[in-house]
Write a protein that binds this ligand. Structure first.
Ligand code: V55
Ligand code: FE
Length: 516
């Protein structure tokens, strides 16, 4: 080794290579193997955790500046652009040329001069709503980004309507009512029990503001919606002011807390129908585990709620250990399950053991989102295929395949990404507006570990095992947190993502005279 030191800590990423990316730029017309159907017209937006300055060495891998990649598909071609979200935090630290923010969501560890600044890295999800690309981080309000230039245009685009201090990174679109269902937790400030939910219409107008109390200061990362209900998923981490003031981590896992679902009415009429007072909701719990991300939820004819999620049977975020420092067991299992919840049961009931849908480590489930709120058939998600590895099923392997699973037939098809490859969160694109459920394409970034490069694979759901196209990136991008597909027709502006050539005339100054 050369012995030269870097300020960059070695391990920053949740999965895959830890290489910082930090590039902002554009590539017109990426190299494509195979053929991209012309019907795929739109942009795949994704975001990664990519600290611009070397972070505090005690900080966690989910706290770093959001860097956006956009892949715009048009005429069978793909343009790419990358750009940081210019949050207050990014600008302050870039100007200072060093980290000013200490630990994740702990202002007591920040430099005193930035304690009043917005502490959002906008690094978790990108959702197009009311003509803004919302760059989301659940500890703050959204940043708005221009969907073509990727310029950061403002903080809090729903100004004056959202009195909460926080806004989820996993809002849900109801495709039947054209509403965005959102919530915030720790909504009145650090370590508060206040949770608020809202509905935004397609112009970004908020209604159905409802304040409730969380049973403890829980990590409420994801949710699901049905026609009538919003179900908040509480992870068994806990925050409190004492640990924050002592300069500790925002979260500590608590082995004594159960994973808990809060069933919240989406509309005041729903609460009235059940005879519930304003703010009344139903708390249902299971055992200590981490239901990480939801696929969707629906209501059965029996009035019960079915919710599907990935599940890790232990603490999947060991960088937020319990106060006694206990680490998750090395053979911790993970799977994908269907929970049964019931708004008719009394508050504080234990839910039955969930049905195991896929008995392999599974994460980043997606559905055909035209069917969000209803009983869908098709699931698209990342999985770990143990038989492609050493047969062991613990959670500490990377996700090496994409799965397409039918809830009707119980059959699963797999796209295995190849030895030494890891798969990031997929997105689904319907073949046309009225195509049957699940008929279309699935896309995901694949990391080629040895080559330190990434590919964007395009799969046709009619033949899921083999890609129809591979879009080659000439470099490695960090692993995605989340991303979404936006159809071209949803963008008002329709400007090119990358620089275009203007009118061209040949100057006539070359070695040969023009032939004609
Ligand atoms: C997650 C990620 C976050 C976060 C909270 O994957 C939860 C879960 C990238 O930031 O702030
Ligand atoms: Fe998430």
């Amino acid at each position: 080794m050369h012995g030269l030191k870097s300020k960059w800590p070695v391990a920053l990423d949740l999965a895959g290579s830890n290489l910082p990316f930090r590039l902002e730029g554009e590539i017109g017309d990426l190299v494509v193997l195979g053929e991209i159907p012309k019907e795929i017209e739109g942009t795949f937006y994704r975001v990664m955790v990519d600290p611009f300055v070397p972070p505090d060495p005690r900080n966690v891998p989910i706290d770093g500046d959001g860097n956006i990649s956009a892949f715009r598909f048009h005429d069978g071609r793909v343009d790419m652009k990358t750009r940081y979200v210019e949050t207050e935090r990014y600008k302050l630290e870039r100007k200072a040329n060093k980290a000013l923010f200490g630990l994740y969501r702990n202002p007591f560890t920040h430099h005193p001069c930035v304690r009043a600044a917005v502490d959002s890295t906008a690094n978790t999800n990108l959702v197009l709503w009311a003509d803004h690309l919302l760059a989301l981080k659940e500890g703050g309000l959204p940043y708005a980004v221009d969907p073509d230039t990727l310029d950061t245009t403002m903080y809090d685009p729903f100004k004056g309507q959202i009195s909460a201090k926080t806004f989820t990174a996993h809002p849900k679109v109801d495709p039947f009512t054209n509403e965005l269902v959102v919530y915030g937790y720790e909504a009145k400030g650090l370590a508060t029990l206040d949770v608020v939910t809202y509905t935004l219409d397609q112009d970004g107008k908020a209604s159905e503001e409802l304040w409730i109390k969380s049973p403890w200061c829980a990590f409420i990362h994801d949710c699901a919606i049905t026609k009538n209900w919003l179900i908040l998923v509480l992870w068994p981490f806990e925050s409190n002011m004492e640990r924050l003031k002592a300069g500790g981590q925002h979260w500590a896992w608590n082995y004594d807390l159960p994973a808990t679902f809060l069933i919240v009415p989406r509309r005041s009429e729903v609460a009235e129908k059940y005879g519930w007072k304003k703010g009344e909701h139903r708390r249902q719990f299971w055992k200590n585990c981490m239901p990480i991300h939801t696929a969707g939820a629906w209501e059965g004819e029996d009035g019960k709620i079915y919710l599907e999620s990935s599940r890790v049977h232990d603490n999947a975020f060991p960088f937020f250990p319990p106060d006694d420092g206990r680490m998750p067991s090395p053979d911790s299992k993970a799977d994908f399950v269907r929970w049964e919840l019931d708004p008719n049961l009394p508050d504080g009931t234990q839910t039955p053991d969930p049905v195991v849908v896929l008995d392999i480590p599974s994460e980043f489930p997606r559905i055909d989102e035209r069917f969000m709120t209803t009983q869908y058939e098709w699931l698209f998600l990342d999985v770990f295929l143990p038989e492609k590895h050493d047969g062991s099923k613990n959670i500490f392997h990377g996700l090496n395949a994409l799965a397409m699973h039918s809830n009707k037939t119980g059959k699963t098809k797999f796209f295995y990404a190849g030895d030494d490859s890891l798969v990031q969160e997929p997105i689904f694109i319907p073949r046309s507006e009225d195509a049957p459920e699940g008929d279309g394409w699935v896309m995901a970034l694949i990391e080629r570990r040895a080559a330190q490069r990434c590919d964007l694979v395009v799969l046709d759901t009619k033949n899921f095992e083999k890609p129809i196209a591979i879009v080659q990136l000439p470099f490695h991008v960090k692993s995605q947190v989340h991303g979404n597909w936006v159809e071209a027709k949803r963008l008002k502006t329709q400007k090119s993502l990358v620089r275009q050539m203007g009118e061209l005339k040949i100057s006539g100054q070359g070695a040969l005279e023009p032939l004609i």
